[in-house]
Ligand binder design. Structure first.
Ligand code: SAM
Length: 260
C-alpha cells in the first residue's frame, strides 16, 4: 500500500517537474512582491537537482552567491506570523528551524514573540550558522530570556533526544531533498528527514512545512510517508494556503504530534 502510493508519488514528481518547470524554478527575493519571481538557474547556476547536493550549498554560501539574508519561497514576516500563532496556541517555547540557511525567520520570531522562546537554527553548512549567530547578536528580543542556538548538523540524523521541540520549521529543506534524481537516495533521505523531525517533536507540537508542493499530490504523499513510518495513529496532518499569485501557491503543511 505504502510502496505503491509512494512510488506513484515519486514517479509523479518526475512528471510534474517537467510540466511545472516555470513554476518550480521561480522563487522570489525577500521583500519583493511575489510577482517579481526569478529563475534561480540564471542567478545561482543550479539545475534543480543540484539543490539536493551539499556541495551546491557549500559553493552557494561560501562563494557568497547568496549573501546576508535570503529567504526561500516566502518572506520571514509571513512565516514568523504563522509560527507565532502556532506557538501561542500550544504555549510552546522550543523551536527548531531545520535547514535554516541564512533565512531571517528565527530573528523575526525572537523579535516579535513577547514570551521567552529558545530557537535552534540547524544547517549542515558551517558558514550559514556563523552568519546566523552573528546576526542574532544584534537582534532586539521580544523577551529578555529568548535565545538563539546555531547548530551545525545533518537534518537526516538530528543531534537531539526524542520529544523536545514544540515547533519545527521546514521551509524549503525537504523540497531540496526531493530534487534528487536518484530515486533510492531521494526516498531514503526524505524518509529519514521526516522520521527524525517527528522523533524530536514534543507531544502536542507541530512540524510546519512551508512549500510550493500542491496539496493534490503532496498531502497524500506526506500521509503515506507517516503511515510507512507506522506513525499514523500518533500524528494528524492539515494544510493551508499561505500565499498565492496566479498558478503559484505556497502552502503550510502542519503535522501535529498528538498528546497521548
Ligand atoms: C532551500 S534552502 C532553505 C533555507 C531556509 N530554510 C530558507 O527558507 O531560506 C535549503 C537549506 O537546507 C540546508 N540543507 C539541505 N539538506 C540538509 C541536511 N541534510 N542537513 C542540514 N541542512 C540541510 C541547505 O544547506 C540550505 O540552507
Amino acid at each position: 500500500m505504502f510502496l505503491s502510493s509512494l512510488s506513484k508519488f515519486y514517479g509523479f514528481r518526475n512528471l510534474t517537474k517537467i510540466s511545472n518547470l516555470t513554476k518550480k524554478d521561480c522563487f522570489k527575493f525577500i521583500n519583493q512582491p511575489l510577482s517579481t519571481t526569478f529563475s534561480l538557474d540564471s542567478r545561482f547556476g543550479h539545475n534543480g537537482e543540484s539543490l539536493s547536493q551539499k556541495k551546491y550549498w557549500e559553493s552557494c554560501y561560501n562563494e557568497k552567491q547568496i549573501n546576508n539574508e535570503f529567504d526561500w519561497l516566502l518572506d520571514s514576516n509571513t512565516v514568523s506570523h504563522d509560527v507565532i500563532s502556532c506557538l501561542e496556541n500550544s504555549k510552546g517555547q522550543k523551536i527548531l528551524d531545520l535547514g535554516c540557511g541564512n533565512s531571517s525567520v528565527s530573528q523575526k520570531i525572537i523579535e516579535k514573540y513577547c514570551h521567552a522562546v529558545n530557537v535552534h537554527g540547524l544547517d549542515y553548512i558551517p558558514s550559514v550558522i556563523d552568519h546566523q549567530v552573528k546576526v542574532h547578536g544584534m537582534v532586539k528580543q521580544g523577551h529578555p530570556s529568548s535565545c538563539f542556538v546555531g547548530v551545525i548538523g545533518d537534518a537526516c540524523a538530528l543531534p537531539y533526544r526524542d520529544n523536545i521541540f514544540d515547533i519545527i520549521i521546514d521551509k524549503g529543506t525537504m523540497d531540496s531533498l526531493l530534487k534528487d534524481n536518484i530515486k533510492v537516495r531521494r526516498q531514503k533521505k526524505t524518509t529519514l528527514f521526516l522520521k527524525e523531525s517527528l522523533r524530536v517533536l514534543a507531544p502536542g507540537g507541530s512540524f510546519l512545512q512551508f512549500t510550493d508542493e500542491d496539496p493534490d499530490i503532496h498531502h497524500d504523499a506526506l500521509w503515506s510517508l507517516i503511515s510507512h513510518l507506522g506513525l499514523q495513529r500518533k500524528f494528524s496532518l492539515s494544510c493551508k494556503l499561505v500565499e498565492s499569485i496566479d498558478i503559484y501557491g505556497c502552502y503550510m503543511y502542519s503535522i501535529k504530534k498528538l498528546l497521548k
